[in-house]
Design a protein around this ligand. Structure first.
Ligand code: GZL
Ligand code: ZN
Length: 334
């Protein structure tokens, strides 16, 4: 028995020496192969608003490595040509999917044809695109912007009767977002339809606020110098509203439930809900930026060979000064 043990021991020593000498030292077991991540190229249009920041965060959180994704992110800084560049880059890099948050509805046919020729599925988020060939994108995830606008004008109609203003002229200062963005097109359409069907409603002016606070401030400040009268602001996003409020303050004009001017705003980001709760904004219409989970699910459906819905609408609500509460703020993810 002893001899056997001695033989085994000397054999082990020999093996180890041999392995070490031929340089192929005995390693631990081989690393498991890198789990194959789904490579996604995401072209985000910019970082112009609180809404956009929340939208980007939602996408980064959902398309994370622990969720099985390798995300290539590009911020186009509000320039469509930068989105074209990003998409061509993603094609070159051989991503598995392209996700696009388009700055405007038009101009996408040729670059998305290149993605299609490369066999790359494209998912659109937020604003919509108008293309000749609808097969250039697999799915769109976003808001029903027309419903958002209709929510706002129906609320205004009701508020006017609650305030016994039915026989007063309603002069609306309309602050528009980026021209050609679906959010701008449809929130504007809802307002125009309402003005056309209410004889005492009119547009005092249409200002181009680009969905930014700085621009919102400048165009309202310049408008106030004209002395034109108005008693409602219909602002197509919260950041332009914040800029408008600063211009109103500087001009000594009052707004909100106890002021002379009714303020209606879109997005319902946290800071806007705080202003609504504080009695400075009358109505916040929600535009839900949390597209990340839906996009991740769409990609998983495609990975599983399923055909997802072409249009996936997110759920949205609204908050007025009459019904907003502290809990509304504490419960919200953005
Ligand atoms: C709406 C989105 C708009 C937001 C703005 O879905 O496209 O763009 O309302 C953002 O805040 O800039
Ligand atoms: Zn009506």
């Amino acid at each position: 028995m002893k001899q056997t043990i001695k033989n085994i021991a000397s054999l082990l020593v020999t093996c180890t020496l041999l392995a070490a000498s031929c340089g192929c030292a005995v390693k631990s077991e081989p690393e498991p192969p890198e789990k194959d991540l789904i490579v996604v190229g995401f072209s985000q249009l910019g970082s112009e608003s609180d809404w956009r920041i929340a939208n980007t965060q939602s996408m980064l959180d959902a398309l994370s490595e622990e969720n099985g994704f390798d995300l290539l992110f590009d911020n186009a800084k509000q320039k469509q040509e930068n989105q074209f560049l990003a998409i061509r880059n993603f094609i070159q890099q051989g991503v598995d999917y392209i996700v696009l948050a388009p700055i405007a509805e038009t101009g996408w046919d040729s670059v998305l044809q290149e993605a299609k020729d490369a066999g790359l599925p494209v998912i659109i988020v937020d604003r919509q695109i108008q293309v000749e060939d609808e097969s250039l994108y697999v799915s769109w995830v976003g808001s029903d912007f027309l419903k958002e606008g209709r929510t706002a004008v129906q609320w205004l109609e009701n508020e006017i009767s609650l305030k016994r203003m039915q026989n007063e002229n309603i002069r609306i200062l309309h602050i528009q977002g980026t021209d050609g963005a679906t959010a701008q097109i449809l929130r504007t359409h809802a307002l125009n339809s309402a003005v056309a069907s209410h004889p005492l409603w009119s547009i005092a002016a249409r200002l181009q606020g680009e969905f930014t606070e700085a621009c919102g401030y400048e165009v309202v400040r310049d408008f106030l110098e004209t002395g034109e009268s108005f008693n409602v602001i219909y602002s197509e996003n919260d950041n332009m509203t914040f800029g408008a409020m600063q211009a109103l303050d500087e001009a000594g004009l009052t707004y909100g439930p106890d002021g002379d001017i009714i303020i209606i705003t879109f997005d319902a980001v946290h800071a806007a809900l705080e202003e609504c709760l504080a009695g400075n904004i009358n109505l916040c219409v929600e535009c839900n930026p949390m597209h990340g989970p839906r996009v991740a699910n769409l990609i998983r459906q495609l990975e599983a060979g399923e055909t997802p819905e072409k249009l996936v609408y997110v759920d949205e609500t609204w908050f007025s000064y009459r019904r907003i509460s502290e809990t509304d703020l504490s419960e919200r993810p953005y």
